[in-house]
Write a protein that binds this ligand. Structure first.
Ligand code: PMP
Length: 433
């Protein structure tokens, strides 16, 4: 049965699927951090639905919220109509918004995916400013639809100006640290100020406070504040993509709060739906330049997703899970850094809160700039497979798929964190052999 399911799906589904190729498991039950496969094996799930499951699988408060809607006889599909479920979701979400955005926010339900909300954000700033260009960053990931792909690293650069994203380890200027971030910020300013650059004032800038798919690269807070100043001075709306970083994941409710920056537009999905599909943008009301009907879509306002989302947002807030993620994440980073000292193949351990990345490298090969060794995607894949063999599910990311990513639920206990790291350490040692 188990083998049959795996075989049939691999024959019938397109090869574009990513997870199915590297994680040949057939999940049939799940609770919290744990997934159980059809073969009876249990796994610790540090993929968490690609960061969606802030409270882990099937958290009781989420299940109860979903059941309550089902039992109430409320319509499950309501297009854009006003409902008590939507009202509760919007109120709970607005109560979490940073700074002045909290007092002056508009919401647009998009959906159902993060990439839909990115499209909406890009369209909104283009409509509001009457301009078309976009500033986006190398290594960014915003989704797989056309506009979102444009905004992501390495894709078409037709209308998109690609800016350097600061990195300590693979610094685009080869200096790292604060100096690298300073150079990255100045590069952006010079580009916008130099009439010869050909870059006219764009419709917006889109940025992740921690690049997730790009390999877990947290931007320095100072640099984020510089981006805020650069955009504010030029009346360029700042769009912050919190699809992956939001809802406590990085140790603050929204990752942008670490820097104190208040964006003009926030793109939200994944955890806000409490494991069901939901995506919205929230933005300063001044930007609400849309004509009635300018942004429509059938699958918006899924009542089950909004109820699950409300329960998740409230649970994270009431139980201070963002703070918890910050503390536990720092502890996990500490232990992983210990591993890095013992294993030269670990190039860098980085992250913020429970968004953690371990970049694997080939220490014996000289890097392009002779200082940083080249990424080791084959080793990273081997580590992922050794993790799987030890009942631990991790994800790979980064431009070269050489970063092992850990995105555990925010409900992770100390004991579970230890179990995850024990298995990871074993897997690393086995893969290195
Ligand atoms: N933005 C960011 C920062 C993401 O991490 C992702 C998904 N990994 C998306 C947008 C796209 O979301 P979705 O896959 O739901 O379209």
């Amino acid at each position: 049965e188990y083998e049959g399911i795996l075989r049939r799906q691999s024959q019938r589904e397109s090869a574009a699927r990513t997870y199915a190729r590297s994680l040949p498991i057939v999940p049939v039950r799940a609770r919290g951090l744990t997934i159980e496969g059809a073969d009876g094996r249990r796994y610790l799930d540090c993929l968490s639905g690609a960061g969606t499951l802030a409270l882990g699988h099937n958290h009781p408060v989420v299940l109860e919220a979903i059941r309550k809607v089902l039992d109430s006889g409320a319509p499950l599909h309501v297009l854009d109509l006003a409902t008590p479920v939507k009202d509760a979701f919007t109120s709970e979400l607005f109560a979490t918004l940073p700074g002045t955005l909290a007092d002056d926010a508009r919401i647009q339900f998009c959906g159902p995916a993060g990439t839909d909300a990115v499209e909406a954000a890009l369209k909104l700033v283009r409509t509001a400013t009457g301009r078309s260009g976009l500033l986006a960053f190398t290594g960014a990931y915003h989704g797989m639809t056309a506009g979102a792909l444009d905004a992501s690293g390495g894709a078409s650069e037709v209308r998109v100006t690609r800016l350097p994203y600061p990195q300590r380890y693979r610094c685009p200027f080869g200096v790292g640290g604060e100096r690298g971030a300073e150079l990255a910020a100045r590069w952006t300013e010079n580009l916008l100020d130099d009439p010869k650059s050909g870059v006219t004032t764009p419709a917006g800038m889109i940025v992740e406070a921690v690049q997730g798919e790009g390999g877990v690269i947290p931007a320095p807070d100072d640099w984020m504040r510089r981006m805020r100043r650069i955009t504010a001075d030029r009346s360029i709306p700042l769009v912050v993509d919190e699809v992956q970083t939001g809802v406590g994941r990085t140790g603050a409710f929204w990752a942008v709060e670490h820097s104190g920056v208040v964006p003009d537009v926030m793109v939200l999905s994944k955890a806000i739906g409490g494991s069901l599909p939901l995506a919205v943008i929230v933005y300063r009301s001044e930007l609400d330049a849309w004509e009635p009907g300018a942004h429509a879509g059938t699958f918006r306002g899924n009542q089950l997703a909004m109820a699950a989302g409300t329960a998740t947002l409230a649970y994270v807030r009431e139980n201070k899970l963002a703070e918890r993620a910050g503390i536990l994440g720092a502890r996990m980073l500490g232990r992983l850094q210990g591993l890095a000292s013992a294993h030269p193949c670990v190039g860098e351990v980085r992250g913020r809160g429970l968004m953690i990345g371990v970049e694997l490298v080939d220490p014996d090969a000289a890097g392009p700039d002779d200082s940083v060794p080249p990424p080791a995607p084959t080793l990273a894949l081997a580590v992922q497979q050794e993790c799987l063999a030890r009942g631990l599910i991790v994800e790979l990311g980064g431009r070269h798929s050489a970063v092992v990513r850990l995105l555990p639920p925010l409900t992770l206990t100390d004991e579970q964190a230890t179990a995850v790291l024990d298995r990871f350490a074993d897997a690393l040692a086995a893969a290195e052999r």
